[in-house]
Design a protein around this ligand. Structure first.
Ligand code: GDP
Length: 299
């Protein structure tokens, strides 16, 4: 919990500071409402969230007195409403097993770390986990995932650099089924020669999986780096359309002032947000309580 609070501190300080500096007049007038709306957009909450908050303030407090705490309470309430329907932990429920989770996202977003954290989480829930090092484009990615697998003691399927990721996934499902794996987590490339190449590769992996089990992949998780702010939203747009993203994990919410992008993503896309990353260690992947996170962001 402390880490969560510390994680959102920079976001809430920025937002809270902005709001406090705007409320210099005795009554909430139109100019102040405009400024509050702009401050919310500048905090990465997105135009739709900002305008919802503005409408609420206008209905409830227009031409009446208002302090920063009052504004923040309305902000927290609106954020909680937006986050409530999307905050959904990832459930292991596929039958037959294994449940196949395809993890996608651009390099540097925290994909490898998130896979390790998820594997650790499922292990703690007594599931048998297996990893597939499907980012065959980067030798470093294979090595990094292998190191994590050894650390948390889960089996991993690896191939050669430049090898065919789809065949590796095929092998993963075969082996996973043989040894009774509950969850198969598949890493994928975050970048190939070009975007079309990357999308083709993901499509090919999906086709191969579908031949083994029409329900697979059961989950297509897009990992997003919160520190990239609005860029994270364009990634949902690009990957979402082409790869059938079923849910999001947002990482690096610790120590960024751009935590508001979590809300913008929820508001704009409505995709489940399965967990948030608030640090580099295995225990730093958290399911989240919408009310708690809303209160933390609003300060
Ligand atoms: P990938 O290229 O997408 O596989 O990204 P990595 O998993 O290698 O992560 C890139 C960097 O971000 C590494 O230094 C990670 O330790 C770090 N990282 C990943 N998730 C988080 C997080 O939630 N918080 C922080 N502070 N760092 C993270």
């Amino acid at each position: 919990h402390d880490k969560l609070v510390a994680g959102f501190r920079r976001t809430s300080e920025k937002l809270g500071g902005n709001i406090a500096s705007l409320l210099t007049k005795e009554r909430l007038d139109r100019a102040t409402l405009d400024e509050i709306e702009e401050a919310l957009i500048a905090s990465d909450l997105g135009p739709a969230t900002a305008s919802r908050v503005r409408e609420r303030l206008e209905e409830e407090r227009y031409e009446r007195d208002m302090d920063a705490a009052g504004v923040r309470a309305v902000v927290a309430d609106e954020i909680a409403r937006i986050l409530a329907p999307v905050a959904k932990p990832l459930e292991i429920e596929a039958f037959p097993r294994p449940q196949v989770i395809l993890v996608i996202g651009v390099n540097g977003s925290g994909k490898t770390t998130t896979i390790a954290k998820l594997a650790h989480l499922f292990q703690e829930q007594d599931y048998q986990v297996m990893l597939v090092a499907g980012d065959t484009f980067r030798a470093a990615a294979i090595g990094q995932l292998k190191t994590w697998a050894e650390r948390i003691n889960v089996p991993i399927i690896t191939g050669k650099e430049g090898g065919d990721a789809a065949s590796l996934v095929w092998e993963g499902v075969k082996r996973g089924t043989e040894i009774g794996t509950d969850v198969l987590i598949v890493d994928t490339a975050g970048r190939l020669q070009n975007k079309a190449g990357l999308m083709d590769e993901l499509a090919k992996i999906r086709r191969v999986l579908g031949r083994l089990n029409p329900a697979a992949p059961h989950d297509v998780l897009l990992v997003l780096d919160a520190t990239t702010g609005q860029n994270a939203l364009s990634q949902i747009e690009v990957f979402g359309k082409e790869t059938g993203v079923t849910g999001l994990v947002m990482t690096k919410l610790d120590g960024t002032a751009r935590g508001g992008v979590l809300v913008a993503a929820a508001e704009r896309f409505g995709l489940p947000i399965h967990a948030i990353g608030v640090g580099e260690t295995l225990d730093d992947l958290r399911p989240f309580d919408p009310r708690e996170v809303a209160a933390l962001i609003a300060g």
